[in-house]
Design a protein. Sequence first.
Length: 256
Amino acid sequence: MSGVVITASGVDASANNIGLVLPYASNCEAFGILGGTTARSQKNYAPGKSDFVLVGSPTISANSVQFLNNSKWLQTEVAESDNLTAIVVCSAAKQNAYLVTNTGTLRSGSVAAYPLGFNLRTTSQSGSPTNNLLGTAVGYYDGTTNGTAGGIGTASILQVASVGNRCISARFNNSTQVLKTNNLTTGVSSSVGSPTGVRDKAGMLRVGSSYLSDGARTDSVDILGFAIYSEALSDENLALVYNWFKTYYARRGITI
């Protein structure tokens, strides 16, 4: 008996021991499919990139891992880059949580202290049990140690569904200074121009937690999978990656 091996041109899956390959892999720094086992949840399926570390014994379910800010998270070795995309598949339940962030410093400004850096997060909306907000921030300061905060660009989207799962993204384009947030599940997006200044890039990016305690985001969050790129993905490439996640989870009976 003979067999035929079909290999897609230009695709190197040698680093992916269970054959997980994203349709757009350029500048992919982290690609995780969480749940099942600790080993699987710590595996970075981006070829040639360092694996992750689960910190604080987060709860591992069949298809997700539950994180809690400043207590239980997934640590990457990915530094914030000038151009950045974070894509996360997570529960849509009402939650106040960090999804991907390196927020780890405080700069004193005229309107209190700003936690600066990149973050993709969720938060409640007016205390409603059925609404929550998806937000993204990129922080700036004046360039001095403990300097004045130059502002934070934030794009937020009202979420009206609090059941099931969703796939969401944050993209920052350094040349245009535009920060864009997408709810890929619903097709809703929002963008904002960020103030100029020095980016505060403290710490490696974490999944499920910031580096700081935050009384506004204290709920646990269930994350199924994620990808981080050192590139602001085009709408077309973002759609490619979303459709890959959508198909992957649909085969497991999970709608995103």
